[in-house]
Design a protein around this ligand. Structure first.
Ligand SMILES: *Cc1c(COP(=O)(O)O)cnc(C)c1O
Length: 947
């Protein structure tokens, strides 16, 4: 009989087939996966019951359920503004970039040679930001405008001369910016003072001006900047990029730092995110910049090549000395925003801005003619109308006509125009205000209107003069440009990306499809609740599922990266201690092997970091833990441990660690970034932890996007539930928001929802089991060639393994870098390099890779080991060998001169399988130091590419 049942989605998500799984089990020496797991995972942490999740459904059914949820969101025209504006994602960018796995499945460009495409795209973004803000150095994106403002605040504090602890925020700043600033200021002892910025400033170390303001007002802040500088304070401008195409750049007005959102450059609302925030700084502050920065350097052949600049500045690497915890940012969204500028060019952006502005002018004119008071004479896109006592009525009348406006208070309504605003929308808004239709001649008005921008602020400086913003105007040219860049990179659509701790698993097409549906993409974060019923149900359901998976009682999906989840979790711990009258507890114990964001987050939460040693097996050293607890007993706030450990081992002692810390009155934070080793098998909330963050962009299938977006939900036990992040425009919490939007990067939550829905409890558990089996299979196959550094019970690893090259390096001079770059010649992205142990590679295969791909990777590693042996034996020259010279470009191996003592085919085709579909790396090995000595962080002039 034929079985006509479709195979479950889990058999698509999980790479190895049953027979492949059997072969892998044999190689590892187990009869069944259950036997393997029984040995690998300590009994003490094993969950007793299976996950209580709805039974798995197929892909078509999941899409149907998501359609039904989407149908319960109502898409109105949102003219709410407040930092979020409707925009058109050019279709060529939507389909070929946003919906293209060649772009969205890429990893953070730490291996720059295989990341030249996305690095160029990010350099475009930096150039857009730098040009428009008039400040020379722009970073490659931050998480959102609110957190960018907070990063600017702390930057101003450490870079400024003032000893004051006051930061002044414009009363006309966005409400969510004020709220995120408040959350971040309090633990650091910063006093936030809201101020009109008219009249004298209080003594302060920094001032944030919103430009244009939340009320629409455009202010010339030169005098404010001069006064602030006089007092030794730094000036932060929170600026709208589209407005900056018409008004003077913040840098020209005296801002030291500019921040803001690039959302309206082609990125949908998504009910709040993800969107790329930006930051740019004046000369002299570049070493203080948080987040990542793309710069130009040279490769081994002297050609220009991009890579991340000033990496030692990346704060999370500096651990407890860190000043920011940002790691994952918003690369994919920054790339879209940059491409939006490439697509439109400076004239196109200016035209859009002009059109937006003119509609606002006409809107204001019509209101005034009808006797409605317009509060500001000078504005860009947002008109604030005074309608005493009638604001709610006007907003309701507009909603009836399909338009969302913003009720600023009982007497004021604000209306923000955007790229999509046309005569029809203006007519509806007027009607809502009761402007008689007979007075309306919008098209005529648009032509005749004069600008309502302050004449002192008319932009005179050029921007986007680089050829890249002029050459790709036809769709054909744009399509080919996107394709050309994509082709330069390795993403998951080419080969496995075995990055330990980063969980580069399948991002299934069905999971990705819903995110561009208008019912999910086109909802403003402050749309009335009843228009987002589908979203609220999806979010509530997902939070519930994540609580079940982790064994916690409450979950908030607001944090938009793991780092922000850590911060939120630590704030919850802090608030809990305070509520119990133990506000003096401020010591956070962190094992030496922890991810850098842990220590950085603790510092941001106002805690003192005390490092706990690890023993030679990579486990927390219990004797040292006892000593540190004894020393800091009364001040102990928390311990942050990663489980399984960052060494990829299930520590036997984790329950004991939890007990010791609890006994001393501390709370236990388990970093859940490695949840891919636990889902369905063990629950941190059940084995003794109080709080965790998860990374949906690791374990729950949100793609990495080349370094973001991400979602880092924070999950807590009941006693901490009251201290989850709140939001000023939704519900209150004593802690306040950690993200600008109430539900963070809500727009990508359908991905994780679909994953859990299609896997069900059994599928999720099977995925974890396969991830463990695959890691152990790799460890077993690699062990004869490379020492595997840490193992747990039965000589087994968890979901990743570390191979140790230190001895090899000592004996042969071949470094981890050489191996990583040589892997590129074999078509692979390197594993995680030198984390958590210098001189090692950490490999995480995930469950999604089939046996053929795992073997291809192992074969490459073994072949490379053979090459290393030839260096050791003298068969290869110590300095001139395929490892040291890797990676090899097509240009290098086809050059008329070949000066090397090994052959061209050894360079390019070291294993025969490469003859079918070879990936050609676009640049040779990149000189990191050169680029830091000669810092260039915007598009280089074309002469740089001349021979
Ligand atoms: C990835 C990771 C983080 C940080 O997550 P981001 O989303 O990049 O901020 C924290 N801890 C561990 C162990 C991680 O692997």
């Amino acid at each position: 009989m034929t079985d006509l049942t479709a195979p479950p989605f889990s058999s698509r998500h999980i790479g190895p087939s049953e027979s492949e799984q059997q072969r892998m089990l044999e190689a590892v020496g187990f009869e069944s996966v259950a036997d393997l797991v029984a040995v690998a995972v300590p009994e003490a942490i094993r969950a007793k019951d299976s996950l209580k999740l709805p039974a798995a459904i197929g892909e078509a059914e999941a899409i149907a359920e998501l359609r039904a949820l989407a149908g319960r969101n109502r898409v109105l025209t949102s003219m709410i503004g407040l930092g979020y504006y409707d925009t058109v994602t050019p279709a060529v960018i939507r389909r070929n970039l946003l919906e293209n796995p060649g772009w969205y499945t890429a990893y953070t460009p730490y291996q720059p040679e295989i990341s030249q495409g996305r690095l160029e795209a990010l350099l475009n973004f930096q150039t857009v930001v730098s040009d428009l803000t008039g400040l020379p150095v722009a970073g490659a994106s931050l998480l959102d405008e609110g957190t960018a403002a907070a990063e600017a605040m702390t930057l101003a504090r450490r870079a400024g001369k003032s000893k004051s602890s006051v930061f002044v925020v414009d009363a006309d700043a966005l409400p969510q910016t004020k709220a995120v600033l408040a959350t971040r200021a309090e633990p650091l002892g910063i006093t936030l003072v809201e101020h009109s910025l008219d009249g004298e400033l209080p003594e302060c170390f920094g001032v944030l001006v919103q430009y244009p303001g939340a009320s629409g007002r455009v202010r010339d802040f030169r005098a404010v900047a001069a006064a602030a500088h006089e007092a030794g304070a730094l000036v932060v401008a929170a600026a709208d990029l589209l407005a900056l195409t018409l008004v003077a750049a913040p840098g020209e007005l005296g801002a030291d730092i500019a921040i803001g959102s690039s959302q309206r450059f082609g990125v949908s609302f998504g009910f709040g995110g993800p969107h790329a925030a930006y930051m740019s700084v004046r000369e002299g502050l570049q070493r203080q910049l948080p987040g990542r920065l793309v710069g130009v350097s040279v490769d081994a052949d002297g050609g220009p090549a991009y890579r991340l600049a000033l990496q030692t500045r990346e704060q999370h690497i500096r651990r407890e000395k860190a000043t920011s915890n940002i790691c994952t940012a918003q690369v994919l969204l920054a790339v879209i925003a940059g491409m939006y500028a490439v697509y439109h060019g400076p004239e196109g952006l200016r035209r859009i801005a002009h059109r937006v502005h003119r509609y606002a002018v006409v809107l204001a004119g019509g209101l005034r003619r009808a006797g409605v008071e317009v509060v500001h004479d000078e504005f860009f896109d947002t008109v604030l109308a005074r309608v005493p006592g009638r604001a709610a009525e006007v907003v309701a009348a507009a909603a009836e006509r399909g338009v969302n406006l913003w009720q600023a208070d009982a007497d004021h309504v604000s209306v923000a125009c955007d790229e999509k605003t046309g005569a029809a929308e203006i007519a509806k808004v007027w009607a809502a205000f009761g402007v008689p239709a007979a007075d309306v001649n919008i098209d005529g008005d648009i032509e005749g209107a004069s600008d309502a921008l302050p004449h002192t602020l008319v932009r005179e400086s050029d921007y986007l003069t680089h050829p890249v913003f002029h050459q790709h105007r036809s769709e054909t040219a744009m399509l080919r440009y996107l394709r050309k860049l994509q082709d330069k990179d390795i993403a998951l659509d080419r080969s496995m990306i075995p990055l330990g701790s980063c969980t580069m698993k399948l991002n299934a097409t069905t999971e990705m499809e819903p995110i561009t549906w208008p019912e999910f993409a086109a909802i403003h974060p402050y749309a009335p609740e009843e228009q987002a019923e589908g979203y609220r149900e999806l979010i509530g359901t997902l939070e519930g599922w994540l609580a079940e998976v982790t064994g916690y009682d409450a979950v908030s999906i607001q944090p938009n990266a793991g780092s922000q989840g850590e911060f939120a979790g630590l704030l919850a711990i802090r608030a809990y201690h305070r509520a119990n009258g133990q506000g003096e507890r401020d010591v956070c114990l962190i094992p030496s092997s922890a991810h850098g964001t842990n220590a950085a987050s603790a510092v941001m939460a106002g805690m003192r970091v005390v490092v706990v040693a690890c023993d030679e097996n990579g486990n927390v050293d219990l004797a040292d833990l006892d000593a540190k607890i004894a020393k800091h007993r009364d001040a102990l706030a928390a311990i942050m441990v990663t489980y399984p450990s960052t060494h990829g081992v299930y520590e036997e002692t984790v329950t004991e660690i939890c007990e010791k810390v609890h006994e001393a009155g501390g709370q236990v934070y388990v970093d859940g970034a490695n949840l891919n080793a636990l889902v369905g098998l063990a629950k941190p909330g059940a084995f003794g932890a109080d709080v965790s963050h998860l990374n949906l962009h690791k374990t729950f299938c949100i793609p990495h996007g080349g370094g973001g977006p991400g979602v880092g939900p924070v999950a807590v036990r009941a006693h901490l539930a009251d201290y989850l992040p709140g939001h000023p425009l939704r519900d209150g919490s004593p802690v306040g928001p950690v993200s600008a939007a109430p539900y963070g990067s809500a727009g990508i939550l359908p991905i994780s929802w679909a994953y859990v829905r299609m896997m069900g409890g059994e599928g999720l558990k099977a995925a974890t089991e396969q991830a463990i089996l695959s890691a152990n299979y790799l460890a077993r196959r690699l062990a004869p060639h490379y020492p595997v550094l840490y193992t747990g019970r039965g000589g087994l690893v968890a979901h990743e393994c570390i191979i140790d090259l230190r001895q090899i390096t000592k004996e042969t001079g071949v470094t981890v870098d050489d191996v990583a770059k040589r892997l590129i010649d074999y078509g692979f992205h390197a594993p995680t390099m030198s984390f958590p142990v210098a001189g090692t590679l950490m490999i995480e295969p995930t469950e999604s890779e089939d046996l053929g791909e795992l073997d291809r990777f192992v074969d490459a590693m073994i072949a490379i080991r053979g090459e290393i042996a030839k260096v050791a034996s003298g068969d290869y020259d110590k300095a001139d060998n395929p490892l040291r010279n890797a990676p090899h470009t097509a240009a290098a191996v086809t050059a008329d001169e070949w000066p090397h003592p090994y052959t061209r085919s050894e360079a390019a085709y070291p294993v025969p399988s490469l003859r079918d579909g070879k990936y050609w790396v676009p640049v040779r090995r990149i000189d990191q130091a050169y680029g830091d000595r000669n810092l260039v962080c915007s598009c280089p002039p074309l002469e740089a590419y001349e021979d």
